[in-house]
Design a protein around this ligand. Structure first.
Ligand SMILES: C[S@@+](CC[C@H](N)C(=O)[O-])C[C@H]1O[C@@H](n2cnc3c(N)ncnc32)[C@H](O)[C@@H]1O
Length: 228
């Protein structure tokens, strides 16, 4: 039987409940976020935690921009960019990189397992000192319950919608893949103490919507994809 790959069907892909939902992120999509953050404020001295790092494809791209980056995942993928095996939703914090600031990093950035994305957002917002960025299917923006529990309580700073598709396939990074699913970055900037020079976020804050212009070709690097 022919597989139905219509956009409506692809956006509803259901993973088994016990699936790790391992869909590695092409590094260019991470660089697009980092370029945006870099134009907003310096991230070169900031620390960043990728708490669902898989084989570390996102970690490697983040290391090109952030001062310090650590990666963890609930499953041991055995890669050199995974510092710890840890469940991000477990209350205790893992011991991350040497010299990691006690408590929380400045930024938490990941492409979370889709079925746990809301829980990841709430946990990350609880921990990160500066900001949180999650790469999600654009359909994650929908939903009355999710709006009540997440977006209305914690309005994001930016929604960065890719104009290009970001192809992600299960279990491997594939530079030749295609997808019918739309993705965006949702970025939260943490409220700041008064006097810090940045306006605190307010519950009536409206996120800024930006399109990420085509950038894949410019942001891909040799070695981003495994040899065929
Ligand atoms: C969509 S993949 C993204 C992998 C990686 N962030 C990337 O972008 O290349 C989701 C990842 O979440 C991990 N994961 C699932 N549940 C988790 C949990 N409770 N805590 C930490 N990691 C988890 C999976 O093992 C998988 O590597």
């Amino acid at each position: 039987m022919a597989q139905n790959t219509s956009p409506a069907v692809m956006a509803q892909r259901i993973e088994p409940h016990d699936s790790l939902d391992y869909f590695p992120t092409p590094p260019w999509a991470v660089r697009a976020l980092c370029e945006h953050l870099d134009t907003w404020g310096s991230i070169g001295a900031a620390s960043c935690w990728e708490p669902a790092c898989g084989s570390g494809d996102m970690v490697r791209a983040l290391k090109g921009y952030f001062g310090e980056v650590a990666g963890s995942d609930v499953h041991d993928y055995g890669g050199p960019d995974q510092d710890e095996v840890a469940d991000f939703l477990f209350p205790a914090l893992p011991a991350l990189a040497d010299g990691w600031p006690a408590g929380a990093p400045d930024w938490i950035i990941t492409n979370p397992p889709f079925r746990l994305a809301e829980a990841f957002a709430l946990r990350a917002l609880d921990l990160a000192g500066e900001g949180v960025a999650l790469l999600v299917r654009t359909s994650f923006l929908e939903g009355v319950g999710r709006h009540e529990r997440l977006f209305a309580r914690f309005p994001p700073e930016w929604i960065l919608q890719f104009t290009e598709r970001v192809p992600m396939v299960k279990g491997r990074l594939d530079g030749g893949a295609s997808t019918a699913t739309a993705y965006c970055w949702i970025v939260w900037v943490q409220p700041c103490p008064s006097g810090s020079g940045r306006a605190p976020r307010h519950p009536t804050h409206f996120p800024a919507f930006r399109w990420l212009p085509p950038c894949r070709r410019r942001l891909e690097r040799p070695g981003d994809y495994p040899e065929a």
